[in-house]
Design a binder for this molecule. Structure first.
Ligand code: 5AD
Ligand code: SF4
Length: 479
């Protein structure tokens, strides 16, 4: 899931906080790691807890309940969470003995009762589909019992929960449209931790967007592990669509239809979406993107590797050539579209030839942005069961560095194409470096910094002429 996919590294693990209800007396400290889906899930959890007596706080020491929304995608993410749990343990012992601690998200699902047995600090373990059960589980915890619910669901989409927007800039928000993943890429733990894919009722998506619009939000990112696979036919798993009735099939809503509907209904709202999977991204989605100015011209299109042989070992459902054909279609239908990738270096059996094919694919696409990782073996995945994690760490690291360095070159190349041009920017807030400058993003998701004139505010769309750039930022002035 990501930058649209992966939360800004600096935001990882930040406490998430908002005002809350006056009548609530208990305090919840909630922290989120991993993808944007997790961040949005934390907002759903905060909404459920707000209805049950808890307001959020950013002071760990005063919390009655600490919830850590965890990520299991790579070993490093898990290690970070374990360190945080040690910290909570220390605070619990020294300062706040009645504080309760819960683990949410993908690690909860992966490690289940191991958390309660081995890591004594944890009182509560709740998987991604069981957040509605949190109030009941808290009753158990308050009675001095350990509590766990890691059941995965066939239909849970939290469609009726209105998320509490945590640490929001009041301008952009996430709206989940699908949950789970059916793709079974051999390296990935997500299908096991988040279960089978299901889509959310489009009416509930539209009403959540309406609520955001009424509150003054200007940008929505539609979220899912595989948004292009979105399919609403009255509820149920995507894989059961084949058993749907004729009437259900006739009234079904796919991603292109959903995108068209929201873009048309909210013409001043900007729409983004993430993540796209190459095999599910069809031309009709590209045509809808081209049709509406308010759909951002940016596609996060993970490829993971550049050779057909490696894609096959990864159980990706397309070849190198099919991916290139999709890129060509994007360039043809939406010439100004930015494209980003996820790439894994050093997956099982990766040869130097295969690595070179990854670099040559990058050369072909010249991605605007990229998210790059060394392969991390995840217990329970098909790769962990059937393949050998046989690329030595020094080679993985060297290949990763080559990929990162090349991405840097391409990022700069893409940014340079904007110099001298005027772009529309949605203002998100002050620039980190100077209160005299605004920070926002253009349609292509590039960060734009420009001087304040005194005539604009957060949430405004303004035209900025780009004077110069770095490999990650455009710098300019209002026209
Ligand atoms: N090791 C390294 N990277 C991984 N990803 C998923 N699983 C692994 C793993 N086991 C990466 C993929 C995915 C992104 C969210 O994380 O590139 O697209
Ligand atoms: Fe994991 Fe592949 Fe699904 Fe992405 S598409 S969540 S990488 S299994």
């Amino acid at each position: 899931m990501n930058n649209e996919h992966i939360i800004d590294e600096k935001k990882q693990g930040q406490s998430l906080h908002t005002e809350g209800k006056k009548s609530n007396t208990k305090k919840l400290f909630i922290e989120s790691y991993g993808c944007q889906m997790n961040l949005n899930d934390s907002e759903i959890v905060a909404a459920i807890m707000e209805e049950n007596g808890y307001n959020t706080t950013n002071l760990l020491e005063e919390a009655d309940l600490v919830l850590v929304n965890t990520c299991a995608i790579r070993e490093k993410a898990e290690q970070t969470v374990r360190k945080r749990l040690e910290k909570y343990n220390a605070i619990k012992k020294r300062i706040n003995p009645t504080m309760k601690v819960g683990v949410l998200g993908c690690m909860a699902e992966r490690l289940k009762e191991k958390f309660l047995e081995e890591e004594k600090i944890v009182d509560l373990v709740v998987g991604p589909d069981a957040y509605r059960d949190l109030p009941n589980l808290m009753t158990e915890v308050e009675a001095g019992r350990d509590a766990i619910n890691v059941l995965l669901s066939r239909d849970e989409t939290y469609a009726d929960v209105s998320p509490v927007r945590l640490n929001s800039n009041g301008v952009s928000a996430f709206v989940s449209i699908t949950r789970g993943c059916d793709n079974m890429c051999t390296f990935c733990v997500v299908p096991f931790t988040r279960g089978r894919e299901r889509s959310r009722n489009p009416e509930s998506i539209v009403s959540e967007i309406q609520e955001l619009w009424d509150k003054g939000y200007k940008e929505v990112t539609l979220l899912g592990q595989n948004v292009d696979s979105y399919l609403w036919y009255g509820g149920g798993l995507k894989k059961d669509y084949k058993n749907a009735t004729e009437a259900q099939k006739q009234n079904a809503v796919d991603f292109a239809m959903l995108l068209d509907k929201v873009a048309q209904q909210f013409p001043i709202m900007r729409f983004r979406f993430s993540t796209s999977n190459p095999q599910d991204m069809h031309l009709d989605v590209l045509h809808v993107m081209a049709k509406y100015k308010n759909i951002c011209k940016y596609i996060h299109l993970p490829v993971q590797a550049g050779s057909t042989s490696m894609l096959k070992r990864m159980n990706r459902q397309h070849t190198r050539e099919e991916y290139i054909a999709l890129i060509d279609n994007i360039r043809k239908i939406i010439p100004e579209c930015a494209i980003s990738h996820d790439i894994i270096a050093g997956f099982c059996g990766e040869t130097e030839e295969e690595h070179k094919e990854t670099l040559s694919l990058m050369e072909y696409v010249k991605y605007d942005f990229g998210f790059m990782f060394a392969y991390s073996n995840r217990p329970g995945t098909p790769a962990a069961k059937r393949m050998e994690d046989d690329v030595p760490m020094d080679i993985k690291k060297r290949r990763l560095t080559e990929i990162i360095n090349l991405q840097q070159v391409h990022g700069l190349y893409r940014m340079e194409q904007f110099v001298g041009k005027t772009v529309e920017v949605l203002i998100e807030g002050d620039s980190k470096k100077s209160a005299k400058h605004w920070k926002g993003r253009n349609s292509q998701n590039a960060v734009v910094i420009f001087e304040k004139t005194g005539n604009e505010a957060i949430g405004d769309f303004v035209d900025v002429k780009i004077d110069t750039c770095t490999s990650a930022t455009l710098i300019g002035n209002r026209v």
